[in-house]
Design a protein around this ligand. Sequence first.
Ligand code: AMP
Length: 424
Amino acid sequence: MSIVPEAERPNPYSAYGAHGSVLVLNSGSSSLKYQLVNPVGGEAIARGTIERIGESSGIVTHRFAGNTTERELEVPDHGAALRIALELFEEVGPRLADAGIYAVGHRVVHGGELFSRPVVIDDDVVTKIHDLVPLAPLHNPANVQGIEVARDLLPDVPHVAVFDTAFFQSLPEHAYTYAIDREVARAHGVRRYGFHGTSHQYVVGKVARVLGRRVQDLNMIVLHLGNGASASAVRGGVPVDTSMGLTPLEGLVMGTRSGDIDPAVVFHLARNAGMDVDELDTLLNKRSGLKGLAGENDMRELRRLIDAGDDDARLAFDVYIHRLKKYIGAYHAVLGRVDVVAFTAGVGENSAEVRAAVCDGLESLGIDVDETRNAVRGDEPRIISPDWTSTLVMVVPTMEELAIARQCVEAVEGLRPASGITAG
Ligand code: AMP
């Protein structure tokens, strides 16, 4: 298998051209990220971030046509943040009236069992996202707030919710069920949901498109390695397992999250270290992972520390890689045949060292990395395995905003891609 040149790939989105652009919003607890996206060509027309919402001085960054506008000003809440963003579109450009906004796409972290695909938002959808707050207490409240403000300020266009969990709603029961008391689990919605679904789904579609293959014919392991990190096993376009669980805490070692640990660590620390639930939550989500082990959550800094001879940084890297290898082995066993291992997100796309270390010693699984190909940098999907391997190892830059924009068009138009996958 090889990459089909862009010019020879059919663009399944050419029909989306009549629709104008989509404003994609990602509301975090203290930030708002936005991007104005062309769902056909896939380019970001403009993008921005508003950080430190609710603090005395917020930081606003707006990028358009090669220019960056930066401001420091008070942003009391998400309403104010979105108002500032809309003003910047007017002042700096592009004017939204000229760009022709077709829809607003909202990234929503938790869709529970209620949402297995993007939906056009009405009051009932907002209520349901709010009902899911117990499953995502840090994320869903900000998402609801973002939706409410945006519907107020942009009342004339459809708003669409795109859920981070939706792709993984088709996991088989044996993969999403935790082996605990069933009544307790049912009563409290305790099961694997999986996150980063928009990214995993995008990468699966993109791989199929660039290889000129049908997604139904490919088995893949997708490794989304950013500050948060997750792995998925996908058979013929349908996920059969993923590493994140009830929350994004389970699975791989991440920037600040532990990933898998013995659950009894929690009881042990509660009983012996006197830590309460909130302290344990902070420990495992914010003071663990690479940061907990080496004091540094950024992979670039970690590599610098390793080069300077820091033993903690070396151990953190080794733990990170060891966990990844275990997931690749496990997912290989689950899938039986693996056609593609795809690396994506900040670390996956940029760290040749991580990719080489992860694949080192996996030759017997048909997985290997060619040193020269692995060293190539760029924004295009590429193959980094040698020609002899049975499994292609690829780097596939993720574009979550573009995936959200395309899913918006599909939700509003009532379109369903034939494969069920919005291709990259
Ligand atoms: P993301 O969450 O996908 O934005 O990824 C963010 C993470 O990507 C950062 O915390 C870095 O650890 C990592 N990253 C970004 N650029 C590089 C790079 N050139 N080399 C290694 N890691 C990188």
